[in-house]
Ligand binder design. Structure first.
Ligand SMILES: NC(=O)N[C@@H](CC(=O)O)C(=O)O
Ligand SMILES: [Zn+2]
Ligand SMILES: [Zn+2]
Length: 345
């Protein structure tokens, strides 16, 4: 297959940041995705429907002229989010989900949840009104090895949560392990997962062999090959439960190339091309449309996008960098490297 035409994809997990950074990055996603679930981990985080409405408007204002890209907004769950905020969010028509960051798990998660027991009434309300909970699934205890944090989270947090709230819609965001892929595959239909392009394409050797490559450092961290194979199998299985979520997470070049570099890979400029490369590796390009364009809207109760995009097998080279906020640069994943799939229309 040398060309693939798909219903226009959506990105079900995206960081756009705010202000100048937002203006620098939003066009990359809007050029290929119809919609995106916008992560709320700003400083301060987006914790109320009123803040989500304002942030949505700033995103719309930052879009290129004529763009029809639609931001889908998410609230950041805290220990003190009241159940009434969930009702307001559900009634607003612009909030599509609520995000659980275990406190300290990742970038801008300091205001996240310290103990889910504090959130029980709020989560009960989410189950009642059908509001999905999007989960950064890693435990944060210092004694748990960073490569085990996702698997431990499933056993110690996620399974008990679903036992308490069996009807809750849950998206396990950016899954990275065989344990997560298998858990989601066998769970009931109210449990789904997003998978990033970088976790489908790379294992931890890419980040650590022959030098430490900070642009491959993201959370959850890249895992060993066995896990990448499990993710590829899940994404190309034809199951409705797995869908595209880039987790494109912009940080300036300076913040990444540092003695203590930030977590996050910037994949938005070539997102669908990277996924096509991964699906091609599995000889499964015929499964890409369901994963990229159909399974996400189905889970969120939305219609697929009305138009299409076409990919072609053609070599092109990703730019070395793009302009970012404060005169800095942002380095996309695979900067300066050749890709074998391109968007043709
Ligand atoms: N994925 C990352 O490594 N970073 C994300 C946060 C997140 O999604 O966990 C970010 O906001 O930079
Ligand atoms: Zn995360
Ligand atoms: Zn993320």
């Amino acid at each position: 297959m040398d060309t693939v035409t798909l219903t226009r994809p959506d990105d079900w997990h995206l960081h756009l940041r705010d202000d100048e950074a937002l203006k620098a990055v939003v066009g990359h996603t809007a050029a290929q995705m119809g919609r995106a679930i916008i992560m709320p981990n700003l400083t301060p985080p987006v914790t109320t429907t009123a803040q989500a409405l304002e942030y949505r408007q700033r995103i719309l204002n930052a879009l290129p002229v004529g763009s029809t890209f639609e931001p889908l907004m998410v609230l950041y769950l805290t220990d003190t989010t009241p159940p009434e905020e969930i009702e307001r969010a559900a009634q607003s028509g612009i909030v599509n989900a609520v995000k659980l960051y275990p406190a300290g798990a990742t970038t801008n998660s300091d205001s996240g949840v310290t103990d889910l027991a504090h959130c029980d009434a709020t989560i009960e309300m989410m189950a009642k009104v059908g509001m999905p909970l999007l989960v950064h699934g890693e435990v944060t205890h210092a004694e748990i090895d960073i490569f085990d944090r996702e698997a431990v989270f499933i056993e110690t947090v996620l399974k008990p949560l679903l036992d308490r709230h069996p009807a809750l819609k849950v998206v396990c965001e950016h899954i990275t392990t065989q344990q997560a892929a298998e858990f989601v595959a066998q769970a009931p239909d109210n449990v789904a997962a997003t998978i990033t392009a970088h976790h489908l394409l790379f294992n931890r050797n890419k980040m650590l062999v022959g030098g430490i490559r900070p642009h491959y450092y993201c959370l959850p961290i890249l895992k060993r090959e066995q896990h990448r194979q499990a993710l590829l199998k899940a994404a190309t299985s034809g199951s409705h439960k797995f869908f595209l979520g880039t987790d494109s997470a912009p940080h300036s070049q300076g913040a990444k190339e540092s003695s203590c570099g930030c977590a996050g890979a910037y994949t938005a400029p070539a997102a669908i091309e990277l996924y096509a490369t991964a699906f091609d590796e599995m000889d499964a390009l015929d499964k890409l449309e369901a994963f990229a364009s159909l399974n996400g809207p189905r889970f969120y109760g939305l219609l697929p996008n009305p138009d299409t995009i076409t990919l072609e097998r053609r070599e092109w080279t990703l730019p070395e960098s793009y302009p970012y906020a404060q005169g800095e640069k942002i380095i996309p994943l695979l900067a300066g490297e050749a890709l074998s799939w391109a968007v043709s229309s």
